[in-house]
Design a protein around this ligand. Sequence first.
Ligand SMILES: Cc1cc2nc3c(=O)[nH]c(=O)nc-3n(C[C@H](O)[C@H](O)[C@H](O)COP(=O)(O)OP(=O)(O)OC[C@H]3O[C@@H](n4cnc5c(N)ncnc54)[C@H](O)[C@@H]3O)c2cc1C
Length: 456
Amino acid sequence: MNPLLTDLSVLRAAGTVHLPGDPWYDATRTPWNLAVNQLPAAVAVPRSIDEVARIVRAAVGLGLRIAPQSTGHGAAPLGERPLDDVLLMRLHELTGVVVDPEARTARVLGGTLWQDVVAAAAPHGLTALHGSAGDVAVAGYVLGGGLSFYGRKHGLAASHLRAVELVTADGSIVRASADEHPELFWALRGGTGGNFGVVVALEIDLLAIADVVAGMLLWDLERAPEVVRAWAEWTADLPESVTTSLRLMRFPPLPELPPFLSGRRLVVIDGAVLEDDERAAELLAPLRALAPEMDTFARIPAAELIPVHMDPPGPVPGVSDHAMIAELPDAAIEAFLAVAGPDVDVPLMFAELRHLGGALDRPHDGALGRLDGAYALYAIAVAATPEMAAAGSAATASVAAALRPWASTGTFLNFADRTVDVATAFDAEAWAKLGDVRRSFDPHRVFVAAHEIEPR
Ligand SMILES: Cc1cc2nc3c(=O)[nH]c(=O)nc-3n(C[C@H](O)[C@H](O)[C@H](O)COP(=O)(O)OP(=O)(O)OC[C@H]3O[C@@H](n4cnc5c(N)ncnc54)[C@H](O)[C@@H]3O)c2cc1C
């Protein structure tokens, strides 16, 4: 059935649905990434698991496809596709966290944000393998692998997933775990979940970490050549207890920014050290020897790790690019500085290298078994206008291109917020198995994920 010839208003009987022209259509179709203009046939905003199931059944009955989306942090690939036969399933009203302090687990509903999980776990002396931004949702992040500042010690967030409940294409609620639909559970652990159903709940392991040595070191961008070299050397030989990021950052002069950021070009190293204070100080000493202008590394409550990375506090328009880097020899550092360092005038917000390895490199039983690289590169530019988007897209692509000679063959889909060859994120065996699981659980390709496995 062609949905364009159908009266989609019948969807309203199934739940909260906004159609083009409705007062809430524009507000609810707008993702976190404000540069993305997604124009679906309808937007659903369910508040319960049963409502998700009713809407899935009604949409499939009308011949619509369904794109699950929690926040729209990873919306860019969807915005690049026509969505006129797609119902966008926004999950921001389906939220909630229940912590089991004895079992050290949390059950979170499908649209829950990391900041709410961290806040609920903290009173029990627990935390989770969250990422750098508190307003990223658990679902998209974990289903894509999940790279945390605890990652080198504890691995990918997907490897700490206990169970997933999802509404599949026939509207049934399926629970996947090591014992229930194990092949689906395997696929959901890093295999980009939006391909198999609408995830309505996840059970995750929590970590017994009440406080952590974390913070940032900051220098003017002019110091980048020596700081990047020192960080590359430092990260080459570090225990797994340390996970850090290095960014070359450019801030516009904005009154809402603190003076140490406003209008500044900086090099920033931040992250977490899971050691006692003395050992942490010993490990940080080579970076501190570079006399940073600001040094905030100290023992802080684990719940305060999120703001350390200074990700934007709310939605922004952005374009980005990404590559997995196998090694950072001096020539690679030269190439990185040539496109993002102090001598160039480029419209980048930041060019970031996250240190990988350790437990992130040790295979676990999931579709994304390990991260194939020593560093993950992520470059982003503000894209408030189409002209800024074009210039930013070129600038971020040039950072990825400059480091390509040292790239591994892999892709980390969480950092790939543009249309990419999804197969490059997996080894050949995992890719074939993901196709099997997709054919088994979504044979008619009802679901539309940001990164699709065997699209229709
Ligand atoms: C500022 C910023 C900081 C970030 N920091 C990190 C980081 O530290 N570590 C890291 O690993 N990643 C990080 N990311 C990337 C982020 O993890 C991905 O963009 C992720 O996809 C976001 O998940 P989401 O659900 O919030 O986004 P969405 O855009 O809502 O979802 C992305 C995709 O995930 C799937 N999905 C989401 N929710 C559901 C659901 N309920 N059911 C089924 N499928 C679903 C869909 O396929 C969807 O297209 C960051 C991104 C940004 C913009």
